[in-house]
Design a protein around this ligand. Sequence first.
Ligand SMILES: *Cc1c(COP(=O)(O)O)cnc(C)c1O
Length: 412
Amino acid sequence: MIALNNHPSGRHFLQIPGPSPVPDRILRAISLPTIDHRGPEFARLGQKVVAGMQQIFQTRHPVVIYPASGTGAWEAALVNTLSPGDTVLMYETGHFASLWQKMATRLGLEPEFLALPGTDPATGLPNSWRHGVRADLIEERLRRDSAHRIQAVCVVHNETSTGVTSDIARVRKAIDAARHPALLLVDTISGLASADFRHDEWGVDVTISGSQKGLMLPPGISFNALSPKALARSKTARLPRAYWGWDEIVEMSAGGYWPYTPNTNLLYGLSEALDMILEQGLPAIFARHQRWAAGVRSAVRAWGLATQCADDELHSPVLTGVVTPPGIDADAVRRLIHDRFDLSLGTGLGKLKGRMFRIGHLGDCNDLTVMATLAGVEMGLRLSGVPLAGSGVAAAMEHFARPRAETLSATR
Ligand SMILES: *Cc1c(COP(=O)(O)O)cnc(C)c1O
């Protein structure tokens, strides 16, 4: 038999930016007996999770739930809105934006990949992978497209490979300022329910998300939130689609059902997650993610290391990318920390392999689990021979011991 649990005591520290730790309450909900997905009980569950997800996306329009990982929902967004050979304007923020661009090519689309040119002299890392989406570059490109060949603008809200969160409202404003009819497609697979996201207010046409990050579920379900314009476009879009087709799913899930067998037990988990999230309210959840992220950054600063994100106002509340000094293999540091302290950190992806590691601070964490994570990282950096300017743990303790605005308001 394969040993599925190699963690001798206590909890494993799963501090990667997804999957995030799953709360016991959600694990218990998932363990309920599977029911008939065409029976009367199921409709209540189906309708509840769709309505709850509308609140999470901050939308009044349909939300489609797929039994698939986030990648499936990426594909769904493209095949429901576009036609073979369509030009799409995508923006290179990092590894996930690059994977989405690759998928667009494989589906027979013609992606144009906008990026900030050049490399950062301090780190030798591509500029585009350290900064957010530049809405002015998108506006400039759309203005030059007077024939309106570009059918969609695709951006990643929270780039999980770098820890940079882009300003989506600004991208919408850029599209409108260029008076361009392109749809706005946004991946917030790792941002939703951790970082503020407003589908309707920000004028997003399709938002893509997944279960295993801010929603605190295991991997296996994913989402498309739609706009009326995206729904209208799906009537004429010609890329082949069957399983991913919005039409039948939107129609059936209004009544709480799906055209095929949905992921019943994960939907129990989603129902529980929605109760947990909506009881507390999104603002409190967003605020604590910001607090964790600021605490982690205070530690990184005290160590004298650089964050992968180079835009001060765009640091992700979900994860922090930590650049290791030249000559230090970030994956070797991660391995050591995993073996010694039972703590998993995110690897450097794509162009960042070996150059940095990622600390996830999302979902079912608290100030002390974040502190313990930082202690594991600090010990691991020292054991790896990384010269540190000071104690990040001490700096983070100062940060977390400060009064908390959201607790004060909750007790008032
Ligand atoms: C996790 C993630 C994905 C991929 O989702 P899967 O569930 O692994 O298919 C895509 N984009 C972003 C930004 C992500 O964080």
